[in-house]
Write a protein that binds this ligand. Structure first.
Ligand SMILES: [Zn+2]
Length: 224
């Protein structure tokens, strides 16, 4: 599938085949939570597959979100975890019209068993193992599973559970209460370096002195 819209009408298509035309409109900017020590590397090359880890929700890629707060929380949790650098949120402008090819999308507009299965399959991948898809999407978009997903995957594998069990677990909070779809985060994942022309690092929010400070790209370049 390459995203080309099929022109066959309702009358001529076999009833079991459903064709959906997609016209994806991106937000002007998306955000990526990281640490300031990696900022130079992102400025040099925003999409660098050498840094893309396996075992993540939607496969290997640059994980971004439409929510700056979610990106800030992610950056702060990274700093808590690694105890180095300062939290940093990249502001990335998105201009899909700069692409010269039609990307292959995987879009989950909400919670479904297909969504859970996709996450489960990709989360189970261990380093050195290939992607489970026959052809992984260039861009994957959808809800983010609960932050504790790593442990849930380990339990699921250990107990030989299926993706339905996994779906139930990743949509509950720490008190085992069912989460509303909007309580799950959002993620837009760029999974191919060929998408480079559509992304432009326009600035970064740096957490300094207990507050976030924005630096436009030129200013950031002078400072660091
Ligand atoms: Zn895949």
């Amino acid at each position: 599938m390459n995203g080309i819209i099929d022109s066959c009408s309702r009358n001529t298509c076999p009833p079991e085949v459903l064709f959906l035309s997609i016209d994806v409109v991106f937000p002007s900017s998306v955000y990526h939570g990281t640490l300031d020590i990696y900022l130079d590397s992102f400025k040099e090359r925003l999409l660098n597959k050498n840094y893309w880890k396996t075992g993540r929700d939607f496969g290997q890629g640059l994980y971004t979100t439409i929510s700056i707060d979610q990106a800030k929380a992610w950056a702060r949790s990274m700093q808590d975890k690694w105890n180095e650098g300062q939290p940093c949120v990249l502001e990335i402008a998105v201009q899909a019209e700069r692409l010269t090819f039609q990307p292959h999308f995987r879009i989950f507009t909400g919670i479904s068993s297909e969504w859970a299965k996709y996450i489960y399959q990709h989360r189970k991948v261990i380093p050195g193992e290939g992607d489970p898809c026959s052809s992984h999407a260039h861009i994957a978009i959808g809800p983010m599973a609960d932050a504790n997903t790593g442990n849930i995957v380990q339990d699921a594998v250990r107990l030989n559970k299926d993706s339905q069990w996994f779906l139930d677990k990743i949509t509950r909070n720490h008190s085992n209460r069912r989460l509303d779809s909007l309580q799950l985060g959002n993620q837009i994942v760029f999974c191919d370096e060929a998408l480079t022309p559509m992304l432009n690092l326009t600035g970064a929010y740096l957490y300094q002195g207990r507050r976030w400070r924005y630096n436009g790209n030129e200013e950031t370049a002078q400072q660091l």
